[in-house]
Unconditional design. Structure first.
Length: 178
């Protein structure tokens, strides 16, 4: 029993570090969005978007909108990519912007997909988040400014960073599919 206390404590701390809201509700009940129903989705166009929240609300499923535009968070260990090990690329589920390569993904055991570096410097943007009585760095999509998650300084080499992302705002394309 004594040896499980440090494990449970570290899991609780990791969960607090990534979680955005304390009243977590399941966010995965929406039907899967088909990119064709979103006129702003492109995996090749990296032009900065300036779309109103009202327009995003019209084209996005409720669960994706809640995370992307209202900075909500999916519950830990529930997202489709938290322990996924496929080879390929991760894209913003809102706009299709290329975000991460699978070779930068690692098992952080925090319950959300974690990466140690973005695909390119302009893939993501950063913003100070002072909610929940702590100061963290929020990670936004570099193209559409959608909330993706947070970044922490407890990741593996070579960067020492942990991009703690929400699965619902990520799309994955397997290697060799294009």
């Amino acid at each position: 029993m004594r040896s499980t206390i440090p494990v449970l404590l570290s899991l609780a701390l990791a969960t607090v570090g990534c979680a955005q809201h304390s009243e977590q509700q399941p966010l995965s009940s929406d039907p899967i969005m088909h990119p064709a129903s979103n006129p702003y989705y492109s995996r090749t166009d990296t032009t900065k978007l300036n779309v109103t929240d009202a327009e995003w609300k019209r084209v996005l499923p409720v669960s994706i909108y809640a995370i992307a535009r209202e900075a909500d968070t999916e519950r830990p260990f529930t997202g489709k990519y938290w322990d996924f090990e496929g080879l390929g690329n991760y894209y913003c589920a809102v706009c299709g912007n290329p975000l991460f390569k699978s070779d930068s993904k690692f098992g952080s055991s925090c319950g959300w997909p974690s990466f140690y570096e973005a695909l390119r410097p302009t893939s993501v943007a950063y913003k100070t988040d002072a909610t929940l009585g702590m100061v963290r760095t929020e990670v936004l999509c570099g193209r559409c400014d959608s909330h993706l998650g947070h970044i922490f300084d407890d990741g593996p080499p070579p960067t020492g960073k942990r991009f703690c992302m929400n699965s619902l705002v990520l799309d994955f394309e397997p290697e060799g599919k294009r």
